[in-house]
Design a protein around this ligand. Structure first.
Ligand SMILES: Cc1cc2nc3c(=O)[nH]c(=O)nc-3n(C[C@H](O)[C@H](O)[C@H](O)COP(=O)(O)OP(=O)(O)OC[C@H]3O[C@@H](n4cnc5c(N)ncnc54)[C@H](O)[C@@H]3O)c2cc1C
Length: 484
């Protein structure tokens, strides 16, 4: 295999299945290559697509992109599915205009059936997939791999992380401190420019397929209307690049200097990059963001260094946790010290307790917490600093860590545009279960888990200003909803 994978680093690829038969046959693909696109929904800077085209061209066979739209996926609503499908619609349009000779097939239903059926139908020899550490995706891949004929190989490509997750570390890392050095050491090898995606040499027999995007989008928006779409964040690869480095208000072109100073001020959300929706749906590569950020480091060395720490180290640490810890979203996944301290304090008396419904409706006695909840519900992206306070208060106000974690993850995934992401599971686990953190002075309810309170926020930023800001956001969102 080594030679045939020359243009993408071998470390990026895991061979999940090797076709059987004499080695001479295994090396030479007879049928087409299919790229099952899942997490990395882009044409630009996509190592999985680059690998698929590369393999197809070496064997002189055609290549296609397949995407499966699940009937339901971890409770995704109009907000998430609308953003995703609108992004894919643009991808499809771009693909048709690019003369790459690569068709895009969209299937609906269970990938466990649609993907193997499609491979069988077109006589494919190689399935390429991108990488996600989430258990549902891992399980599908295992079953799909089992269902494929012996003559089909399966390659998984980590197109999401700068340093492939299995290369960065072969074990569950304890904290940012333990993974940082490992990642930084590998950056010269992996943080490199992308090759230009060339066309497939062999054309797929019928390249153009009509997909009724408008109907698909209308359907998901109607079915998932409980959490409506957001208007402020335009989906798609081009919009993502605009947010990163556009001439109008790009993060690296216009906003970078504020990042190191203001990124923890919830009243200044524009100081953050705003890239998480695009990174989550794979509409932009973290590697592209990192390459471009490095180019402008002289403008704001501290801003770029802090951004790269979040974008690479923290994000890849989250993927590491979900990849190596099967209980990444439950108390069982916490370190021993944290589980013990949380259980020691599980029956401590709480000043307030709220139900999931009260929390969801922002009906607590804390106006700051209510504002953060409403920012998430109406705007679809809670400020990063408030996410920590928000999750920690849920621990304080519910019956114990198990319930707190379940509520935090449910609400996060339901309303955040970037939800259902390893960063979200790890963010909740960090806030409530001390994952990747250390023990602090012991106190009621929290035990040794890091504590945050209203007074601390008041010292850091204009709490009343934030509450008024969210009130305006919520008002605008309700008005828009009424108009629709
Ligand atoms: C309780 C809680 C829940 C969270 N839920 C999510 C979620 O569902 N999805 C999500 O993407 N992030 C989540 N985060 C992490 C972080 O808050 C968001 O990534 C960030 O606020 C996104 O905004 P941005 O892209 O403008 O941030 P920026 O500060 O501009 O960061 C750039 C990128 O770096 C990465 N990043 C930043 N902070 C973190 C972090 N703490 N951990 C891992 N990666 C990070 C993200 O990919 C982010 O898009 C959560 C954090 C907490 C504490």
């Amino acid at each position: 295999m080594a030679n045939s994978m020359a243009s993408i680093q071998q470390g990026r690829i895991r061979v999940l299945k090797q076709a059987s038969g004499p080695s001479i046959d295994r090396e030479k693909l007879k049928g087409p290559v299919v790229y099952w696109m899942f997490r990395d929904q882009r044409l630009r800077d996509n190592w999985a697509l680059i690998h698929a085209v590369d393999q197809a061209n070496k064997a002189n066979v055609p290549v296609a992109i397949a995407f499966n739209l699940f009937d339901s996926f971890l409770g995704a609503k109009a907000r998430h599915l609308g953003f995703m499908l609108r992004g894919l619609q643009k991808l499809h349009q771009n693909l048709q205009g690019m003369s790459l000779n690569i068709p895009f097939f969209l299937f609906q239903g269970e990938a466990l059936d649609t993907i193997p059926n499609f491979l069988k139908e077109c006589g494919a020899s190689l399935l390429v997939t991108d990488f996600s550490p989430l258990r549902e995706v891992k399980n599908w891949k295992e079953t799909i791999t089992e269902r494929l004929e012996d003559s089909v190989s399966v390659h998984e490509v980590d197109a999401h992380n700068v340093v492939p997750i299995w290369v960065a570390s072969d074990k569950l890392e304890y904290s940012a401190k333990t993974i940082r050095g490992k990642i930084n050491k590998l950056l010269p090898e992996y943080l490199i420019d992308f090759p230009t995606l060339g066309p497939s040499k062999r054309k797929w027999p019928n390249l153009h397929h009509f997909i009724d995007w408008d109907k698909l989008i209308a359907d998901v928006v109607r079915k998932g209307a409980e959490v409506p779409e957001i208007a402020w964040c335009e989906p798609g690869e081009d919009a993502a690049m605009e947010v990163l480095m556009g001439s109008k208000n790009g993060f690296l072109t216009a906003r970078l200097k504020n990042y190191s100073m203001d990124r923890n001020n919830p009243l200044k959300p524009k100081a953050l990059s705003g890239l998480s929706p695009y990174l989550h749906f794979g509409q932009i590569a973290a590697q592209r963001c990192a390459l471009e950020a490095r180019k402008v480091r002289t403008l704001s060395p501290q801003g770029v260094d802090t951004f790269l720490e979040e974008l690479i180290v923290r994000r890849e640490l989250a993927d590491n946790f979900c990849f190596y810890q099967p209980h990444y979203d439950s108390l069982q996944g916490a370190w021993e010290w944290a589980r013990k301290t949380l259980m020691d304090h599980a029956s401590d008396k709480r000043e307030h307790t709220y139900t999931m419904q009260q929390l969801e409706k922002a009906q607590t006695a804390d106006p700051l917490w209510n504002a953060s909840q409403l920012e998430m519900v109406h705007y679809g992206k809670m400020h990063g600093f408030m996410r920590m306070y928000w999750a920690k208060k849920i621990l304080e106000w519910t019956s114990g860590p198990t319930e707190a974690l379940a509520i935090a993850i449910t609400l996060n995934d339901k309303y955040e545009i970037d939800g259902r992401d390893p960063n979200g599971y790890v963010g909740c686990m960090w806030s409530i279960c001390g994952v990747h953190d250390q023990g602090w002075r012991e106190r009621p309810v929290f035990g040794k888990i890091r504590y945050m309170n209203y007074a601390g926020c008041k010292r850091k930023f204009d709490v009343d200003g934030y509450i008024a800001y969210v009130k305006r956001l919520a008002g605008e969102s309700k008005k828009r909803k009424a108009e629709i």
